[in-house]
Design a protein around this ligand. Structure first.
Ligand code: ADP
Ligand code: ZN
Length: 746
C-alpha cells in the first residue's frame, strides 16, 4: 500500500511512501508519520492512499497518532487555501494544526504496551504550561497557639477548603513562613497543580436569557433562520449601526443551531479585546464553549482543540486562526466586525479568515454571518450584486439616538491637543459626573524628536520610521522593531540643546488631561498599558465601576465595548489614518471614527462626539459624523472605480526584501521583467505596477520593494503568479512572498 504524504517544507509537491506490512489500518488521512526524507527523518501528514508506484519507494518509519488530526473534509478546505494563496499544502496543514504539535526528531517517542506510539506523550505538554502550589485543609483541629496571620490564612483555606498561592499572597501578602508553619503542623497539605491561565475563566457570569427582539432584529433573525433550515450555504451581511443588537442576533441564531445539533464558530478581531462578547456567550449558553485566545500555552491550545474535536465544545470563539478549529457539523459561522484588517495574517500563509469563512461555509453548507456597523465597501458591493444577503439594522435598540457629532476644524489655528470646544465639553461632562473617552490612534508621548539647530530627526537605524518617545520608559522606541535608545539630553548629531519633541501620542494626551483635571479619574488603554495579563479587564472594569472619568486610548477602545456611562467621545485627531499612503485610508478613517463615536451614548443618556481634524471637508469624516454609511459607500465606490481598485479589480502584491538595498531593488526589477514577459507570452489581462520601493522602505534591517498586480478577473492573475513562481530565480539573499488580496499596502 502506498500513501501520499505532505512534508511541511516550502515545497509544492507531496511524496509517496510505502506503508509497512500490517500497518495498513493505521495509514489513514490525518495521521502524522515519521518518514525518511533525504538524509533526514521528518514528520509528515498522510493525505490519503495513492495508486502511484514510483521506482524507489521508501517506507514510513513510524506512525505518530492513534487518531487522525484532520479529516478528508478538512483536507478539502486546506487544499482550497493552498491553491488560492499559492502556498504549499503541507505548510497550510502545519498552519492549521495547533502549534507545538509538529515535533521532528525521535527523542520524545514513547511506545505504549501494545507497541504503538502514543500521541499524548509525543506531544510534550508540560513544556509551556505553568504550575502553582495549591494548599488544602487537613482534618486536624488547629492547636490553640496559632494566631495572627497564620491563623487568618488557615481560616481562609478552611473556609474555601483549598486555595492557590497567588490568591493567598494577594490577600495576606507574602506568606511563605506562615504557610510553611501550617504545613509543618500538618494543618494543610500542598500540591503543585497545572493551572489553566484562562483570562476568561473565574469571571462571574450572570446567567441571562434571550431578549425579545425588536422588529428589525426579528426580521433579520427570521431570514437567517429560514436559510439555516434550508441546509444550504447561506451568506449574510448583517449591517447594523453600533448598538443595534447584532450580537443578540448572533446569540439567538447560534442557540437555534445548537438546538438542532449543529455547532458554531465565532470569529472576532482580537480575542483579548472582546471580554464582553465572550462574557455574553458564557452567560447565555450552558453547552461547552471553547475560547481560543493568545494567552493559551501550546498544551492548553491542544486541549481546547481536542475538546472541540470530541464535540465537548459546541461553540468556538477565537481570533482568525480559529477558522481552523476542528469543528464538526458546522451550522453557523459568525465573523464579527468583518471589516477588521486583523482577519488577515500578514506573514507566512497570508490568509484572510473573513474570506475563508465564506469558503468554509460553502464547503460545509453552513450559514455565514458577516457582521459590522461599517462593512467593507467590497462586502456591500458583493451583497448588492447578490453574492450575499444584506440585512440592515438601522436603529439602536430601544431607539437610543446616535450621538450628536461635530467635526472641529483645526486648520489655521494654534495647534493644541484639545480645541476649546472639546475642552469645554470635557469640563461640563466631568462636572455632570459623566464619563468621557478620548481617542488617538497613536501610542507613546511624541512621534519624533528633532533638533532645531541642525535639523536632525531621530530615526530607527533598522526601519524607515522615526522613533517614538515614551515618557514612562524615558526612551525613544521603534514601533516596528522595538529598537530603543535612552532619551538624549542633547542632539545626538550636533550636541546642541535645541531638541524638540513633536507629534503626539496617547501618553501626551494623558499627561495633558491629568494636568488639566488633577481631580479626575484618568486611565489609558493602549499597547503599553495592557502588556500585563488581565490589564484590559482592569481598565474596562474601572470604567464600568465609574472609577474612571476619562479614558484615553488607541483603537483598542474603539472596538466592541459597551460602556453605558460614556456620553462624550473626543477624537483628538482623525488625520493619522486619513494620511496613510494606502487606497483604503478613507475607508479605514470612516470605520475608525464611526466605531469610536459608537462608544458614546449607549446607555440611557444621549451621547456627544467631537472630531478634531485638518480635513473637515473629507467625505469619509463628514459621512462618519452624519452616521451616513450610504453617503460614504457611494463616494468611496466611485473613487475605487476610477482608480481600478477592489471591488473593481483583484489585487496581488509581490514583496521583495533583502538586507542589501541593491539586491532587493535588482531582484524586484528582474521579477518585474519576467512578469511582463509572461504577461505578453500568455496574453494575460493583468496590470503590473512597479517594482517600486514599499512605502515603508526598510523594516528590521531589510529593504523592501514591491510589485502590485491588478486584474478584473481572478484567473489571469493566478495564472501569471503560478508561472512566475515556477520560473523565477532570485539570489539567495532576496526573500520573495506573494500576498493575494493584500490588506496592508505599506
Ligand atoms: P451591537 O452588537 O450591534 O453593537 P448589541 O447586541 O451589543 O449591539 O446590543 C447593544 C445593547 O443592547 C446590549 O447591551 C444588548 O444586551 C442590548 N440589546 C440587544 N438587543 C436587545 C433587545 N431586543 N432588547 C433589549 N436590549 C437589547
Ligand atoms: Zn525599527
Amino acid at each position: 500500500m502506498t500513501v501520499n504524504v505532505a512534508v511541511p517544507l516550502m515545497l509544492q509537491q507531496t511524496y509517496c511512501y510505502a506503508v509497512p506490512e500490517g500497518k495498513e489500518n493505521q495509514a489513514v488521512t490525518g495521521i502524522r508519520v515519521l518518514v525518511p526524507f533525504g538524509k533526514r527523518v521528518m514528520t509528515g501528514y498522510i493525505l490519503g492512499k495513492t495508486e502511484e508506484q514510483p521506482n524507489e519507494l521508501k517506507e514510513i518509519r513510524e506512525f505518530l497518532d492513534l487518531e487522525p488530526l484532520f479529516t478528508e473534509t478538512d483536507l478539502e478546505f486546506y487544499q482550497w487555501i493552498a491553491n488560492y494563496y499559492l502556498y504549499p499544502l503541507s505548510m497550510v496543514i502545519k498552519t492549521a494544526l495547533p502549534s507545538g504539535l509538529t515535533i521532528t526528531g525521535r527523542q520524545k517517542k514513547i511506545i505504549s504496551e501494545d507497541g504503538s506510539v502514543v500521541t499524548e506523550e509525543f506531544f510534550n505538554k508540560s513544556t509551556k504550561s505553568k504550575t502553582e502550589p495549591f494548599y488544602r485543609i487537613t482534618s486536624t483541629p488547629p492547636p490553640p497557639s496559632l494566631k495572627g496571620k497564620a491563623k487568618n490564612i488557615l481560616d481562609f483555606i478552611k473556609e474555601n477548603e483549598e486555595s492557590d498561592r497567588t490568591t493567598i499572597y494577594t490577600l495576606f501578602g507574602q506568606s511563605l513562613i506562615q504557610l510553611k508553619r501550617l504545613l509543618d503542623l500538618e494543618l494543610i497539605t500542598v500540591e503543585n497543580r497545572e493551572i489553566y491561565r484562562d483570562p476568561f475563566k473565574d469571571k462571574p457570569y450572570q446567567p441571562d436569557s434571550p431578549k425579545k427582539l425588536n422588529q428589525e432584529q426579528q426580521a433579520a433573525y427570521n431570514k437567517i433562520i429560514t436559510a439555516t433550515d434550508s441546509g444550504e450555504f447561506s451568506p449574510f451581511l448583517l449591517h447594523g449601526v453600533t448598538g443595534s443588537g447584532k450580537t443578540e442576533i448572533y446569540l439567538q441564531v447560534i442557540a437555534y443551531a445548537i438546538e438542532r445539533h449543529k455547532t458554531a464558530l465565532v470569529l472576532v478581531p482580537e480575542i483579548a479585546l472582546t471580554p464582553q462578547l465572550v462574557g455574553r456567550f458564557r452567560s447565555r449558553f450552558s453547552c461547552g464553549i471553547a475560547v481560543l485566545h493568545s494567552g493559551l500555552s501550546d498544551g492548553e491550545r491542544y486541549d481546547e482543540w481536542r475538546r472541540i474535536r470530541r464535540k465537548e465544545a459546541k461553540i468556538v470563539i477565537g481570533a482568525r486562526s480559529a477558522i481552523f478549529a476542528p469543528v464538526d457539523s458546522l451550522g453557523v459561522i459568525v465573523i464579527d466586525e468583518e471589516h477588521e484588517s486583523s482577519y488577515k495574517q500578514t506573514d507566512g500563509l497570508r490568509y484572510n479568515a473573513r474570506d475563508m469563512a465564506l469558503v468554509l461555509g460553502k464547503q460545509r453548507k453552513a450559514t455565514v454571518i458577516l457582521g459590522s456597523a461599517t462593512p467593507l465597501v467590497t462586502t456591500v458591493y458583493a451583497a448588492r450584486n447578490e453574492k450575499l444577503t444584506e440585512l440592515n439594522l438601522t436603529k439602536r435598540v430601544e431607539d437610543r439616538p446616535m450621538p450628536l457629532t461635530r467635526l472641529l476644524d483645526q486648520r489655521g489655528k494654534k495647534l493644541e491637543i484639545l480645541t476649546p470646544e472639546l475642552l469645554k465639553a470635557l469640563e461640563q461632562n466631568l462636572e455632570a459626573k459623566k464619563q468621557s473617552i478620548l481617542f488617538l490612534n497613536r501610542r507613546g508621548f511624541a512621534t519624533w524628536l528633532t533638533c532645531s539647530d541642525c535639523g536632525h530627526v531621530l530615526q530607527c537605524p533598522n526601519c524607515s520610521v522615526t522613533l517614538t518617545f515614551h515618557q514612562q520608559q524615558n526612551r525613544h522606541i521603534c514601533h516596528y522593531c522595538e529598537y530603543s535608545i535612552p532619551a538624549p539630553s542633547v542632539c545626538p548629531e550636533c550636541s546642541g540643546t535645541a531638541i524638540t519633541l513633536l507629534g503626539m501620542g496617547t501618553e501626551r494626551v494623558e499627561a495633558k488631561i491629568k494636568e488639566l483635571f488633577p481631580e479626575a479619574g484618568v486611565s489609558r488603554m493602549d499597547r503599553d498599558t495592557t502588556i500585563e495579563k488581565d490589564s484590559h479587564f482592569r481598565i474596562i472594569k474601572e470604567l464600568e465601576e465609574r472609577k474612571t472619568d476619562i479614558l484615553i486610548g488607541t483603537q483598542m477602545i474603539a472596538k466592541g465595548h459597551d460602556f453605558p456611562g460614556v456620553t462624550l467621545v473626543g477624537v483628538i485627531s482623525a488625520d493619522t489614518t486619513l494620511n496613510l499612503p494606502d487606497f483604503r485610508s478613507s475607508e479605514r478613517a470612516f470605520q475608525l471614527v464611526s466605531q469610536v463615536l459608537g462608544r458614546a451614548g449607549r446607555g440611557e443618556e444621549p451621547g456627544e462626539v467631537f472630531v478634531q481634524t485638518f480635513n473637515p471637508e473629507h467625505f469619509a469624516l463628514i459621512a462618519a459624523s452624519e452616521h451616513d454609511y450610504e453617503k460614504f459607500y457611494l463616494q468611496e465606490l466611485e473613487e475605487r472605480r476610477d482608480a481600478g481598485y477592489p471591488p473593481f479589480s483583484n489585487l496581488a502584491a509581490i514583496l521583495f526584501s533583502s538586507t542589501s538595498a541593491k539586491a532587493a531593488e535588482e531582484g524586484a526589477e528582474t521579477a518585474g521583467k519576467l512578469l511582463r514577459k509572461l504577461k505578453t507570452d500568455l496574453k494575460l489581462k493583468v496590470t503590473i505596477l512597479g517594482s517600486a520601493k514599499a512605502p515603508l522602505g526598510k523594516i528590521r534591517g531589510r529593504f523592501r520593494q514591491q510589485i502590485l498586480l491588478k486584474s478584473t478577473q481572478r484567473k489571469p492573475l493566478h495564472q501569471l503568479l503560478l508561472n512566475f513562481k515556477n520560473n523565477m530565480k532570485l539570489p539567495a539573499n532576496v526573500r520573495v512572498s506573494i500576498d493575494i488580496d493584500p490588506v496592508d499596502m505599506l
